[in-house]
Design a protein around this ligand. Sequence first.
Ligand code: HDE
Length: 711
Amino acid sequence: MKNETQNNKKLDQLEAHSTSNENKKLTTNQGIKINNNQDSLKSGERGPTLLEDFILREKITHFDHERIPERIVHARGSGAHGIFKLNKSLRAYTKAKFLSEVGLETPVFVRFSTVAGSKGSTDLARDVRGFAIKFYTEEGNYDLVANNMPVFFIQDAIKFPDLVHAVKPEPDNEIPQAASAHDTFWDFISLMPESMHMIMWLMSDRAIPRSLRMMEGFGVHSFKFINEEGKAHFVKFHFKPKLGVHSVAWDEAQRISGVDPDFHKRDLWEAIENGAYPEWDFGVQLIPEENEHQFDFDLLDPTKLVPEEEVPVEIIGTLTLNKNPDNFFAETEQVAFHPGHLVPGIDFSNDPLLQGRLFSYTDTQLSRLGSPNFHEIPINRSINTVHNNQRDGHMRQQIAKGKVSYEPNSIGGGCPFQAMMSEGGFTSHQERVSGEKVRKRSQSFVDHYSQAKLFYNSQSVPEQTHLQNALVFELSKVTIPEIRERVVGQLNFIDNNLAQTVAEKLGVTVKKLDQPNQSIPADANIADLQSEEKEPKTKISQALSMKDTVKDTIKSRKIGFIISNGADGAALTDLKTKLENKGAKAEIIAPSLAPVITIDNKPLIPKHSLTSTASVCFDALYIGAGEKSAAELMAPENRHLTLRFINEAYKHCKAIYFGSGTEELYMSSNIAMKKHEDPAVIISKDGGSDEQFITAIAGHRVWDLEMERNM
Ligand code: HDE
């Protein structure tokens, strides 16, 4: 085990459940050594198989039952182990120990996911990403079941099945997979004004991250911190990636889905294997309970965020992922999260979406994992020992000794005892609650557009353009014109220019909507969902744009070196060393996988051939120096493939570096037509340097030049 994973009590616990087949004999599940695993038991060499072949029966039976139901949402996931280290105590706000003792390291398991697609779908679907964290604290498991977007589609849990049914493949033909671009989703959205803020996020580039390591995480709901004195603060949770928040282009995302549907999974796995451990700052927004009503929205409304300009995010610790799972099924698939897994010092708010989630997560594990004993699956076990009178059920692992399985008891000496608060016993926050029993939405939730405006107005011009294009793409797949029109009508409540731009490309007109359009019976006892025409208090929030994200590191970026025989090996090695010293990875791409012989006669082994990968799998390209190499890349059999690499990378706004002697390649590419300054096209002959290339890679993409690059 690597150093970074030592002193991790959860990994030690898992180790006790791990097995290795090294130097072992093959056995049945009953431990009987197997002599022949090639042939079943037959009556004569060519005769029928015998029922008594218990070895065959056991093997096939087990195989027949190897699958469990995939998650109804968030089916496709990638997991990793890590550590949360507290750098700043929150003792004044919460009695949770893992948030109080500075320097304390808490083991975690994190599972990232897409939402709509099946387990076998693609990573680069336009979608929300799950960001679920299980903190194995000394006081028991705490789960923060978060997303990479800070708001949600709906305000009340009762709408969740409708939302999910609408976005999942349509029930008659099971089309489309892992996509929201279809009639039923947009039909639902067009009738749900409360979704419009989330739709802005979903149509933004946040929905197509470059990497799981380059996305933010948000707890979404307001939760509560409770301190030793019983005082409550509302809290919003944030994870900010140290590498910055970066995305790919939509055209690129679609191509990645074909070239490498496991792009995010592989990226996370490789980064951890290479020791480039993903890291996030963990931060909180704290709001004293008495300030609950100081905002121009309701803190309990999950379609609203708290602008960082109004309540700054305090960074309190670091989340680091430093170990890949040993077994995908045992860990990533069987891990069971639940927003109701709390430790003392953290509590729920009355957010009606959160309240519904508290029921759903245990319930779903029962059908997914098949038993109320899912907490005994190694990945789900608390590192604090479990003692209670719950017994039996399918697949029980623990052997509870003694006669007593009830409380109070005298036979068992009264054990296990209830814990006093001073001993860490959990008590719910004593909030005063009273009210009539009503099926009703609070009037304070009836503002559906102001934060959608805030988000849209906070985007840079390229980000707004991407968002418009995403809407056009999605709505172009909608076959029912009335739905398109209704969505455009909703957009018009956010920004007239946005609505007009989208409408024009869809060939519809912007009509004023009589919203809401929710088929609500006239006598339904709910608040009028007509949203007020309201301007947000905060007009622009820098934190909502990715424009000014971290752009000073190339750590873990993947650079493709396109070369052929005759490449300048010295220049190549020099650049490779510089890049790798800064934490990037350089991989050689050549016409074939045969060794490339450099100008100084040294063999280099390519990792990829021009046909086995594509530019979309790399952050930047270096077209290796050397006239002979360039000439080979321009030979009829390679020319088209080489130029496709260059032109695509250019179109996707990436850094491209032309080594000396590659002028003809440059002139044959689309870049030769550029008529503007472009800091991310570096040409050695014109004095371009390795350092310029490194700066351009760190900048991620020249989104500002996208229009020029695609002219
Ligand atoms: Fe979930 N959600 N959700 N959700 N959710 C599930 O639980 C549900 C919501 C989130 O990697 C399910 O174990 C309801 C918001 C993540 O295993 C299920 C409602 C947020 C994951 C479920 C919501 C999330 C889930 C499916 C509305 C962001 C993946 C499998 C009331 C804060 C966890 C499972 C993992 C998974 C229900 C809304 C995040 C069915 C009813 C809001 C990251 O229980």
